[in-house]
Design a protein around this ligand. Structure first.
Ligand code: NDP
Length: 492
């Protein structure tokens, strides 16, 4: 894999530029530690420059005068640009965040679909006419919020970038987007696509740099009207606190400790597949990962055995290698954090039934690999059942009754996603009704549709992305009242 080391610039005010300080950062392949690209390492001065460009583009630029139809056409062009470069984008995603190529290809295709979904939405942002108790014509118009700061994590870099930019642009906002310092490459390639599509200068600015020093500056910036963040719950708390200075609008997509509940009447084979895919897709580095597997005690032992039989099919390796089903974790630091959870599971008495260690294959030693790991007989109080691990570690918790399953499922500070497996649709719907979370799947796990709202209850976030709901997060609401009575009101 002899890839050239590309030196990237970032996009500020329609120009591709270096960081003001001239500092750079090496982006490393988590599969082997090799440097794959060099990107600008920004600081406050670059965020300030990007925000001022986005501000000017919103307040005085041509974007405000660009019709919804034309905004939509530009977004369709971005989707076409993504498709034209899909193979390269997928490869870059593998080289920076580690996921297997097939998963990266899926993400890139879905990113193009997301731009198309919101391209179509641009002309469907409607107002409403209200019946008011007066001789007045009153209506509501929806307008863009203004300058949007957008902070994106490392687990789905291109997809999360698209979920942020597409609705914001469809609604007529301008944006300053900061990808994760670990995985900025596809966002920088997207910057080229955005310029080629003809988006006016300053409307989209993509700034690369660290969370502390860039992300926090963006969250606190007095000239930013809205901040949209996807990442860990603790960082989300900091973003929300930083946003209070100018009371900017905040939307947060945060972590999860999601229950995947298997009843004894489930389609057994489908549920086994769904449990493994829910836990191990994208190395388990997924906010909606089904990391707590709640299994009816009547089938529990048989179910764990069936999962173990399939574990050898999860081929570990570099994401660009043929047949690989699980890549490395994003960084050495993150691998060590996940290993810390494995140690906690063992010391708290959970039964490690597979994995828990780095692979013995010497060819993988330089990558951040961890074998797919299953703990059985986990109790709800254990750390591995409570905290988001964000790696390939599945905690199996047996239950005896439907009520107990619901109680365990909801016994968490999070409320992002949940799965229910049962051939009894009445039971499945009854359980879904009780679950305190924003995304639920019945007899499946993980499918995510651009058309459907994505987001969490409780400490899994605030607001929704995607679907018709996702555009609301980028719109202000203005009421307009027209007096139809020609006589003076004669109050004084
Ligand atoms: P973070 O939440 O820190 O990272 C997400 C994004 O926020 C990145 O762009 C990061 O930048 C940025 N960021 C970091 N600190 C700040 C800050 N103070 N203000 C504004 N932006 C900031 O996640 P980590 O990478 O540290 O991972 C920690 C844990 O968070 C994971 O183990 C996992 O549990 C969870 N997580 C959840 C995600 C989700 O999809 N819900 C995604 C990623 C992580 P940079 O990376 O450049 O530091």
């Amino acid at each position: 894999m002899g890839h050239e080391i590309k030196k990237y610039k970032m996009l500020i005010g329609g120009e591709f530029v270096n960081a003001a300080s001239g500092k750079t950062r090496e982006i490393c392949d988590p599969g082997n530690g090799k440097v794959v690209a060099i990107v600008p390492e920004s600081s406050k001065a670059d965020i300030d420059a990007a925000v001022s460009q986005a501000r000017a583009a919103f307040d005085h630029g041509p974007w405000r005068q660009t019709s919804a139809l034309d905004r939509g056409k530009l977004l369709f062009k971005i989707a076409d640009g993504i498709r034209a470069r899909a193979a390269k984008l997928a490869e870059l995603e593998v080289l920076s965040c580690g996921k297997p190529l097939a998963e990266a290809e899926y993400d890139i295709a879905d990113a193009a679909n997301c731009f198309e979904f919101y391209a179509g939405m641009a002309t469907k942002i409607h107002g409403e006419t209200m019946q008011v108790p007066a001789n007045s014509l009153s209506f509501v118009v929806r307008e863009p919020i203004g300058v949007c700061g957008q902070i994106v994590p490392w687990n789905f870099p291109m997809l999360m970038t698209s979920w942020k930019l597409a609705p914001a642009l469809a609604a007529g906002n301008t944006c300053v987007l900061k990808p994760s310092e670990l995985t900025p490459l596809t966002a920088l390639d997207l910057a080229e696509i955005i310029v080629e599509a003809g988006i006016p200068a300053g409307v989209v600015n993509i700034v690369t740099g660290p969370g502390p020093g860039c992300g926090d500056v963006l969250s606190a910036h007095p000239q930013v009207d809205k901040i949209a963040f996807t990442g860990g719950t603790n960082t989300g708390r900091q973003v929300m606190a930083a946003a209070t200075g100018n009371l900017k609008k905040v939307s947060l997509e945060l972590g999860g400790k999601n229950p995947n509940i298997v009843f004894a009447d489930a389609d057994f084979e489908a549920a086994v597949d769904g449990a493994l895919f829910g836990a191990f897709a994208n190395q388990g580095e997924v906010c909606s990962a089904g990391s707590r597997l709640l299994v009816d005690r009547k089938i529990h032992k048989k179910f764990v055995e069936a999962m173990l039989k399939k574990i050898p099919n999860i081929k570990l390796g570099h994401g660009l290698e043929e047949g690989v089903k699980m890549g490395p974790l994003v960084s050495r630091q993150h691998l060590e954090k996940v290993e810390g959870y494995v140690a906690a599971g063992i010391s708290e008495g959970a039964k490690l039934v597979c994995g828990g260690k780095r692979p013995s294959d010497a060819a993988l030693a330089k990558g951040n690999f961890l074998e797919p790991t299953i703990f059985d007989d986990v109790t709800p109080a254990m750390k591995i059942a409570r905290e988001e691990i964000f790696g390939p570690v599945l905690s199996v918790i047996p239950f005896d009754t439907e009520e107990e399953a619901i109680q365990i499922a909801n016994d968490t500070e999070y409320g992002l996603a949940a799965g229910v497996w049962s051939t009894n649709i009445n039971r499945a719907l009854r359980v879904v009704r009780e679950l305190r979370c924003g995304i639920t799947w019945i007899n499946t796990y993980h499918p995510t549709f651009n058309e459907m709202p994505w987001g969490g209850y409780k400490q899994s976030g605030s607001g929704r992305e995607l679907g018709l709901y996702g555009i609301e997060a980028y719109l202000e609401v203005k009421q307009v009242n027209i007096n139809l009575d020609e006589a003076p009101i004669a109050w004084y």
